[in-house]
Design a binder for this molecule. Sequence first.
Ligand code: C5P
Length: 308
Amino acid sequence: MKSIVLQSPAKLNLFLKVVNQRPDGYHNLITLFERIDLCDEIKFILTDNGQISISCQDKDVPCGPKNLIYKAAQLLQKDGKVKKGVKVILDKRIPVAAGLGGGSSNGATALLALNKLWNLRLKPEKLVEYGRQLGSDVPFFLYDCSWALGTSRGDDIKPLRLKTKLWHCLITPRLKVYSSQVFKALGLKAAKAPCNNISNNKIRPGSVATNLLTKKELDVNILLRALRKNDFLSAGSLLFNGLEPAIVKIYPQLAKVKENLKRFDSLGVSFSGSGPSVFCMTESRFQSEKIRKTLSRRYQQIFTVRTY
Ligand code: C5P
């Protein structure tokens, strides 16, 4: 095999609860990931010189060692004593630093592609281990699923057998938001010792609904139940992002974007990840397109997207 072309999709977080800050500074989360059809396209070309090179038409994308594709390739080369190299051509469509997991998805796609291109035969679990080293959102993109529950740093993935397909109108205001800044703005204090239902920085399975989430409306399982029943009206009202107060604290203008989207007839509106992307959930493609068309003069980065 000489080259591979892969789609690298974005995600939305339909639910994101921050449980607490961990002794290592990260935060324990409970999040519902949805893979969406807004995708970058990446071409990986095998080379013999051991070098990693990335080119991208979007000047916001770092093409050197900061890029998660680069980091993924470096990690695999170092660990597997790989002598081969790769030339990567990244066609960027997912906005950068937008809460859509674009960089993380690219990193995961690189792990999957290079495992084949360099003939490494790494098992899925090993790839997930590498994914964790690259970033909290990377493991989700290594699973071949549209829906998953993420716990721990968001990197403990439970793929969900959910057939639901949703339509959204998604706005990404032209602001770069850094997750570290948003999590810090939450102002949570690090727990000295792991608490009851969290050990080794992991939330014990089964404890998600009952122990950690006391408020009924903040239970991800209620949202999941609604999605399973195709009760979109309830599901829309259960969208939740616990990072919202921190996002709005740093960028108060984003509250206005959310309000603008709320004025339209949709099932619910929420931020994705650490922002600035805001999305609504609609009953149909028609409805999402209608919102997109109306708001496209005000926002340049506005998309109609669907579960992928
Ligand atoms: O894991 P990742 O590199 O994507 O995280 C970026 C930053 O976001 C971390 O350095 C940390 O400050 C914050 N973060 C966090 N808790 C998480 C995920 C990210 O505090 N679960």
